[in-house]
Design a protein around this ligand. Structure first.
Ligand SMILES: C[S@@+](CC[C@H](N)C(=O)[O-])C[C@H]1O[C@@H](n2cnc3c(N)ncnc32)[C@H](O)[C@@H]1O
Length: 340
C-alpha cells in the first residue's frame, strides 16, 4: 500500500504524505489502514469527500466537545503530551463513538480555511493590479468561512517587510524561499465587490461551526488554530457576502450581477482537489465561462503537476487562456517560492 494505491486502505496508509507535519495523523492513519473495522467507519464518508480528513476531523471535533476520553492525551490541541502508541485509544474511541462519527462524516465537509493562503491571494492580486487599473469584483470559489475575502484586514510579515493593515490582530507570516526578489504584496486592485461561493458557507458567528473548523486543523498546529480564530473574529465582525451552492451552478448567477465587461477575479485555493474527478471539467468550464462577458483573471492555488504533496502552484490565467505559474508555495501557506 502507498501513495499510488487508490483503495481506502491505501489512502490511510499514505497519511504520512498527506498529513506531513502531523505525527499523530501519520501514525493513526497507519492504524486505520490495517483495521477493517475502522475502514468500515471511514467508508461512511459523504460522497466526494476525502475520508481520512473527514474521519480525523470528526474524532477531533468530538474530543474538542468532550475531552474526557483517554484519547485526548495524544492531542496537543487538548493539552495532551502522551507518547507511545495512540492506536489502541484511537481504535477504542472510533468503535465506541461509531454512530456519532458516522453522523458527522455524512453531514460535514472538509472546509479547512487556511488563513495564510490569504498571502498567496494577495501576491496574485498584486500581479492583477499590474494588468488592470479598474476596480475588480473578487469571487472566491470554495470560500468556507470567508477568511480570504477579508484579506485586506490583515497584516502580512513577509520576506523581511510588513504589508497590509499594520495594527491588525491577524498577523500572517510566511517565508520567501525564492532565489529572486520576493514579489510585492502591494498595490492590490480596488474591490468593486467581493463575494464567496461555497457548497456550505460556514457561519463564523456560530460556535458549533467554528468548532468544526477548529477540528479540521491538525492537532499539532496550534499556531494555525490561533490565527484562524483571530481571522474568524474579523469575519464575524464584518461578514462578507456568501452564496451557498455548487460553483458550477452558482458562479454564472453571481457573475451575471457584475456589469458586462468589468473585471472579475475568480480565486480558489485547495478547492478543486475536493471537487469529485467527474465534476472537474464542469468546474473548470464554469470559471472559463466568466471570460465570455467579463475581463477574467483566474487565480488558482492548487495541487500542481510535478510538485510534491505538500506544495501548491499559484497560477494566473487571463480570459480563460493558459495558466501562468506565478509561484509555488507550501499548501498551508508557510512559504512561497518562485517564479519557477
Ligand atoms: C479545503 S476547503 C478550502 C477553503 C479555502 N479555499 C481555503 O483555502 O482556506 C474547500 C472548500 O471548497 C468548498 N467546495 C468544494 N467543492 C465546491 C464546489 N463545487 N462549489 C463550491 N464550493 C466547493 C468546500 O465546501 C470547502 O469549503
Amino acid at each position: 500500500m502507498g501513495a499510488g494505491d487508490d483503495t481506502l486502505a491505501g489512502l490511510f496508509a499514505a497519511s504520512p504524505l498527506h498529513f506531513a507535519g502531523s505525527p499523530l495523523y501519520s501514525r493513526v492513519g497507519q492504524v486505520v489502514a490495517g483495521d477493517e473495522r475502522l475502514l468500515a467507519v471511514a467508508a461512511q464518508a459523504r460522497a466526494g469527500q476525502i475520508p481520512s480528513n473527514l474521519l480525523f476531523a470528526s474524532v477531533h471535533y468530538l474530543l474538542l466537545r468532550d475531552p474526557a476520553h483517554e484519547l485526548a492525551a495524544w492531542y496537543p490541541s487538548l493539552g495532551g503530551t502522551a507518547e507511545g502508541d495512540p492506536g489502541p485509544a484511537f481504535t477504542a474511541f472510533c468503535l465506541d463513538r461509531r454512530a456519532e462519527i458516522v453522523a458527522l462524516m455524512r453531514r460535514r465537509l472538509v472546509q479547512t480555511n487556511v488563513v495564510k493562503r490569504s498571502l498567496v491571494l494577495r501576491a496574485g492580486l498584486a500581479v492583477v493590479a499590474s494588468m488592470t487599473r479598474e476596480p475588480v469584483t473578487l469571487v472566491e470559489v470554495g470560500c468556507s468561512a470567508g477568511v480570504h475575502l477579508r484579506f485586506d484586514d490583515y497584516r502580512y510579515d513577509f520576506a523581511g517587510r510588513t504589508w497590509g493593515r499594520a495594527s491588525s490582530p491577524v498577523v500572517v507570516s510566511a517565508a520567501w524561499r525564492g532565489e529572486t526578489a520576493a514579489p510585492d504584496l502591494d498595490p492590490v486592485p480596488d474591490l468593486a465587490d467581493r463575494v464567496g461561493i461555497d457548497l456550505n458557507p460556514i457561519d463564523a458567528t456560530d460556535p458549533d461551526e467554528r468548532r468544526w473548523l477548529r477540528a479540521l486543523v491538525w492537532p499539532e498546529n496550534g499556531a494555525h488554530a490561533v490565527l484562524q480564530d483571530a481571522a474568524l473574529e474579523a469575519v464575524a465582525r464584518n461578514p462578507p457576502r456568501t452564496v451557498a451552492g455548487d460553483a458550477v451552478e452558482v458562479l454564472p448567477q453571481v457573475v451575471a450581477e457584475v456589469p458586462r465587461g468589468a473585471p472579475v477575479v475568480v480565486f480558489h485555493s485547495a478547492t478543486r482537489i475536493h471537487v469529485p474527478a467527474g465534476r472537474r471539467e464542469a468546474f473548470d468550464a464554469a470559471i472559463a465561462d466568466v471570460g465570455r462577458d467579463h475581463a477574467l483573471f483566474h487565480l488558482s492555488y492548487e495541487a500542481y503537476e510535478g510538485l510534491d504533496e505538500t506544495s501548491f502552484g499559484l497560477t494566473l490565467s487571463r480570459d480563460a487562456g493558459p495558466g501562468r505559474l506565478l509561484a509555488v508555495g507550501h499548501g498551508h501557506g508557510e512559504w512561497l517560492a518562485g517564479p519557477v
